[in-house]
Ligand binder design. Structure first.
Ligand code: ADP
Length: 461
């Protein structure tokens, strides 16, 4: 999804959540205010009712107490009053009531103030408080009524304010939310633009890391790490192609010059034979190189071995060793193989055979006549470790870290003769690692070399 899409999505989500919160908040506040206003009106009614009761208690004994009531409660600025005699007749009414009554039934009167709502004809809706009090002539029923109109108007005004402020607050918050989301996502746009600039030819470019410790910073770092790895792979690929081309060029040049020289004049049969033998030798070298390149390409294509089947490693190593024993004997090398414990690994038998062919072949190639080659195996930490030790030329320590690199030869002049391509150990490493194992090489110049291959598997019975 494009950056503006996320921006809008965030803003809309934010808006929906905020609207719900605002609506709940508005409803809550409205209800609180409504209750507060109605409590206030009830309070006022009770106070007035109390005052009316007290006035009656003080002046009832006097004959003109009704006139007293008229003076004090006849024209109250807010409330209406009514006093009923014990037999239910209206003794006193405030002026604005005229012929109307506050209403309600005497029968429901109680000694404590009772609150109710009523409509008085011509005057509107009222909230009322009624109570009976003990008068000198018997119980009197007194009533106070306050109009609801001002209270409702106040509540409506408040409702209008809330209704108007809600959308305003929402719009402001949404605008702010959008700006914030845009600000937060701007680095993503910049990163995308930077990533678009990066291509196979421009892998030296990097994405700017906005803030190293936040999520976007980590994303930028991860992308940069990925570009680093890509650059390394591209470099390796370029090196590999250049090396492969270089390796192919030498035998091809030899083939070409041999053929050209042979064709320049007529030759004896012996001379043609020699040229053809030389051409055959170079062809063998070329096809071996092609095979090795193919093996490496296959290894590069997938980390897992091509086929996975149970392989008896001890038997496999033994068979390869027996095959090469003849070659070693021809070169005058002592060949020792200590019997290996039965051990099974899961993997590709042909590939594993290739590993040991390469290792034994190297040992034979780099050990002069009269030397000794020993093959041994031991089970350590759930792995079978097979060592190939020779008493040959050895490898100087500074070369040890590189001998597994592709096309790496310790001494180009010394290994071209035995027909090395510098790919043997690289292939061994790729195969062993794809089987979950490891390979190490050690030894010193002059004292010989030891290569150890460890492969995970199980002891076979
Ligand atoms: P090559 O095809 O040239 O033998 P490898 O990848 O098998 O290539 O080996 C890389 C280099 O490591 C060789 O050129 C050689 O110099 C050195 N090397 C490998 N095995 C041995 C060994 N057993 N003794 C001495 N040097 C070795």
């Amino acid at each position: 999804m494009r950056a503006w899409g996320i921006r809008w999505k965030l803003t809309i989500w934010y808006g929906v959540v905020l609207s719900l919160i605002l609506i709940a908040f508005d409803l809550g506040v409205y209800e609180m205010v409504r209750r507060h206003l109605s409590t206030r009106i009830d309070q006022e009614l009770r106070v007035e009712l109390h005052e009316l009761g007290q006035e009656i208690a003080i002046s009832q004994a006097q004959p003109d107490f009704l006139r007293e009531l008229e003076l004090r409660f006849g024209r109250h600025q807010n409330c209406e009053f009514e006093v009923h005699s014990p037999d239910g007749h209206s003794l006193f009414r405030s002026t604005r009531l005229g012929q109307e009554h506050i209403g309600g039934a005497v029968s429901q009167a109680s000694a404590t103030p009772a609150i109710a709502e009523t409509t008085i004809a011509g005057l509107g809706r009222f909230r009322t408080a009624s109570q009976t009090i003990d008068g000198a002539v018997g119980p009197l029923w007194i009533q106070v009524a306050a109009p609801l109109a001002p209270y409702l108007a106040e509540l409506r005004a408040f409702g209008v304010i809330l209704a108007a402020a809600g959308p305003l607050a929402l719009a402001t918050a949404l605008g702010g939310g959008y700006v914030l989301a845009r600000k937060a996502l701007t680095p993503v746009d910049r990163m995308a633009a930077a990533a678009r600039q990066i291509s196979a030819r421009r892998l030296d470019r990097r994405i700017e890391v906005p803030h190293a410790h936040d999520e976007l910073g980590r994303l930028a770092e991860t992308l940069n790490d990925m570009i680093d790895r890509l650059r390394d792979s591209f470099d390796e690929m370029r090196r590999f192609t250049a090396d492969a081309a270089h390796e192919l060029r030498t035998p091809l040049a030899v083939l070409q010059s041999e053929a050209e020289v042979a064709l320049r004049a007529s030759r004896t049969e012996e001379e043609y034979r020699r040229v053809l033998e030389s051409i055959l030798e170079e062809t063998v070298r070329l096809s071996r190189l092609a095979d090795q390149l193919l093996t490496l390409c296959r290894q590069d294509a997938g980390l897992a071995p091509a086929t996975v089947e149970p392989v008896r490693l001890d038997i496999l190593v033994h068979n390869v060793a027996e095959h090469l024993r003849v070659v070693a004997a021809e070169k005058g090398l002592a060949w020792e193989i200590t019997p290996l414990e039965p051990y099974g690994v899961a993997g590709d038998a042909a590939q594993l055979r290739q590993v040991f062919v390469n290792l034994f072949d190297n040992a034979i190639k780099y050990t002069p006549a009269g030397g000794r080659i020993a093959i041994a195996g031991a089970i350590r930490d759930g792995r079978m470790v097979i060592s190939v030790t020779d008493t040959g030329l050895g490898i100087p320590p500074e070369h040890l870290p590189h001998v597994f690199d592709r096309f790496y030869r310790v001494d180009k002049s010394r290994s071209r003769d035995p027909g090395g391509t510098g790919l043997g150990l690289a292939i061994c490493k790729a195969i062993v690692e794809s089987h979950g194992g490891g390979i190490t090489i050690g030894g010193n110049l002059g004292t010989g070399t030891r290569v150890c291959v460890s492969l995970p598997g199980q002891i076979s019975r």
